[in-house]
Design a protein around this ligand. Sequence first.
Ligand code: DX5
Ligand code: ZN
Length: 216
Amino acid sequence: MSCLVAPSLLAADFLNLKQAIALINRSDADWLHLDIMDGVFVPNISFGFPVLDAIKDILEKPMDVHLMIVEPEKFIDRLKSSGAYMVNVHYEACTHLHRVIYEIKNAGMRAAVTLNPHTPVACLEEIICDVDMVLLMSVNPGFGGQKFIPNSFDKIVRLKELIDRKASNALIQVDGGVDLTNAQKLVFSGADVLVAGSAVFRSEHPEEVIRKLKGM
Ligand code: DX5
Ligand code: ZN
């Protein structure tokens, strides 16, 4: 079995972003995961469009943007011009999720819906055929380096059942506390895309970790 790997830039050395992007470019990483936080939807603020714009011209992999913000619909055109490939919006932040998903798609990007750890998979019943991916948070969003929540394994299985039952093409992505100790079980449970921040960028051998994660 093998999966896609999307290292999260949040755990990189921000004084050496150019080196971090070069590492992603030469590695087996499939996408670069970019965590945008607003201090409202989550109790933290990370980085925003100026950072995406700066890396856009040197990054050779697709940008997987995870919006941990309220009112994500305000920024769809801006994300397109910053080079986003995939846009992840939180279920909990979108009153009109169906509209937001189609605004992202109509702007020429892939659309994903993200669930917090407490949000049940069943809430996706009516939207699962409209999204390109579901991102299951395996920690509470807002910070890197947190402990993986074990209930996520069963949640992936439940999501996979829903996807199969509805004949949806949605990928399953997992984000938070993913490392070499849980990656294989995540892929066996049904994960298609693994996000890893600390496990990659805090490692002595980031490219090797990416290669191992991909081989799960
Ligand atoms: C957390 C972010 C994650 C984070 C993952 O809110 O969505 O993408 O960067 O970091 P690790 O892999 O360190 O848990
Ligand atoms: Zn993320």
